[in-house]
Design a protein around this ligand. Sequence first.
Ligand code: MN
Length: 484
Amino acid sequence: MTRIDRAVATATKAHEGQTRLTGEPYIVHPIAVQKILEDWGMDEDTIIAGILHDTVEDTFLALSEIETAFGKDVAFLVEGVTKLSKARENMRDLSTYLPSTKDNLLKLLLATGQDIRVLIIKLADRLHNLRTITALPPGRQQKIARESLEVFAPLADRLQMSRVRAEFEDIGFRHIDPRRYEFLQNLTETRLKAADRKLNLAKVAVEQALEKEHMPFENSGRVKSMYSLHRKLAKHNQNINRVYDLIALRFVVKDVTSCYLALGVIHSLFTPMDGRIKDYISTPKQNGYQSLHTTVITPEKHIVEFQIRTQQMHEYAERGLAASFHYNEQKLSDAYLKGHVSQLPTHLLWIKELQEASAKLARGEQIDPKKLKLNLFSDKIFVYTPKGDIVDLPKGALPLDFAFRLHTEIGAKATGVKINGKIANLNTKLKQGDIVEILTSKNQTPKVGWFDKLFTSHARQKLRQQLARQQSPHKKPRKPRKKN
Ligand code: MN
């Protein structure tokens, strides 16, 4: 009997006689959570803790028994998930719960943040509850749907689990605003039908060209989720003609070189649109996302977005942090469990900050949540480059955050900023829709005082690197660590 089989047997026995609101035996739920965690490629301890996640709270099973049977790590994870649900119990009342959801969630995160796998189990737990939401009374449905949009989708996003984020958003959105959801779904379908033949022509043309170049590939279409369409339409005055990535054609090729070759192949067939080539391979998005994007105009005057990436980038884009556990299962898990989270890629450093804050709390030290730069649930704003590229930043971001987001060099050489065409102070908070132009000079050097002019931890990190490099100019700049 494997450890997982033993865990299933233990949970089945513990939950015997309990039923879900759907009328099914309760064990259906922990098993579904197990399947989700397996699908995400999580390590064995996390899967076992997922199977046992409701036992301590809802059955006679004691934490000590779990520790004896499955070890300390599993017990720690189950305890973390149990703590999370206990803390939430005090917030059950809808009216008092919702206004401060984000604050409360931050407290919960701090209480359990020493092991991010607790949150991953919680996401799996919530995802299954959401998938079976129709079994709940309408009031609870609304609450769960709102929490999904306001808490769990941003959390999944922070863990770069975009497929999971999209599922939270879509089911949540469908329950909060069913009419709007249906409207957008019909709109998308109509446009898909209208575009189908032309899209297919473009797809086949690229396929044939890639085959001619002997470049193996896989492809898939990607239709934008209803919730992200909803948000994008809000940005474009509800004009769907300005949403170019409603449908994207995605090509997965064998390595990075092939990505650029494929981009060349596409541009030899179609005319690329100005300013819409995005190289997220050499400059990954803040959350670690990598791909090449290009929007082209076909001979039939049809606008098509292509996304090109390697298999590894694809996995990462879809599964995020969970994929890192999968790829480097041993390496990452070991480093992670020993607290060497500095080995995490830069865009996941917020996890380290969370862990350090949690550890302080556990030792009884005071922390000031306002000083944490986790930026976990701060709402995003969208600002534009003078060329019209959109950059999303957390609310509160300053011009230098924007500069470092565009490129480290732009941040390092910044001398000033124009906002909406007017010279502005570097302390000016950026607002939704601002057009931001960073002024630079090649003689500029980064200054320690700039930390006061930064809001995002990403930019702080970049500035720290720049300052360190300045102090030891004879040292060669460190090569960027290989991405997994
Ligand atoms: Mn559960």
